[in-house]
Design a protein around this ligand. Structure first.
Ligand code: ZN
Length: 257
């Protein structure tokens, strides 16, 4: 079984990242996307990509936690543009909105999100979107963008919304990525949403080092643990794990290479 983990974060410890990538490969995770979002996460993603260039795709961006710091949104977006000029990326990300943890910066988050959506459109790259407790604002910002290309827009990563939000994002030409949260006992709405995503729009991810799936909860998550999520989601969708892995792998390749 070959699996594509479309969303993993790393840290800047080279030996640790090498070991993590080796365990991923042994577990059948033959491709993954190393995702940035802050200066530290971007550097770590670049390092991970350099350690396994054939198996690793790169996403660089400025996430919602970057607003309100030392740099203005204009400076943040310009730094992302510079990163993309220097590194061959498969996507811009992660970007997006989180009103659960940071409701006080709503407007600034929407502004930074919009700037990077426009940049991704200009670069003809998909985006990796985080959206939490911000359904209406996410759709509102997406609707304001003057898109210049018709390709799939990108990934709604670690989807935790309800089925109607999932349907709206599918209508906006996004893939939906399911993380280990789908294995959590209390995550009935994530399971409901995972069932409304059609086969050709479904992706899988760890969001490591966060959100280790059952039965690994309490451990630091890593790409190798995605096997548990694949088996769980296959049972939920009533398909073979090998078929789910192959289908989501092909979907990810079509979007990210
Ligand atoms: Zn992430």
């Amino acid at each position: 079984m070959e699996i594509y983990d479309t969303h993993a974060h790393f840290d800047e410890d080279r030996a640790k990242t090498e070991a993590t990538l080796a365990r991923a490969h042994s577990a059948g995770v033959t491709r993954l996307m190393a995702v940035g979002g802050s200066p530290e996460l971007n550097r770590a993603a670049i390092l991970a990509q350099s350690l396994a260039p054939d198996a690793t795709r790169l996403a660089l961006g400025a996430d919602r936690d970057q607003v309100g710091g030392a740099r203005t949104n204009e400076e943040l977006a310009s730094a992302v543009r510079t990163l993309h000029a220097a590194h061959a990326c498969a996507a811009v990300g992660e970007i997006g909105l989180d009103f659960h943890y940071s409701p006080e910066t709503k407007d600034a988050q929407c502004d930074l999100f919009a700037r990077q959506l426009a940049l991704a459109d200009e670069l003809a790259l998909p985006v990796v979107i985080h959206t939490r407790d911000a359904d209406d604002s996410t759709l509102g910002v997406l609707d304001e963008i003057q898109w210049h290309h018709d390709a799939p827009r990108g990934i709604i990563h670690c989807f935790t919304g309800n089925p109607s939000f999932a349907r709206q994002l599918l209508d906006h030409n996004f893939f939906i990525s399911i993380s280990g949260i789908v294995t959590f006992r209390a995550a009935d709405n994530v399971r409901e949403s995972a069932l409304v995503v059609p086969d050709d729009r479904l992706l899988m991810e760890t969001d490591s080092p966060f959100l280790a799936p059952v039965p690994m909860r309490g451990n630091e998550n890593e790409p190798a643990f995605i096997t548990h999520t694949v088996r769980f989601l296959a049972t939920l969708r009533n398909v073979q794990a090998e078929d789910l892995a192959a289908r989501t792998f092909a979907n990810a390749v079509s979007l990210l290479g």
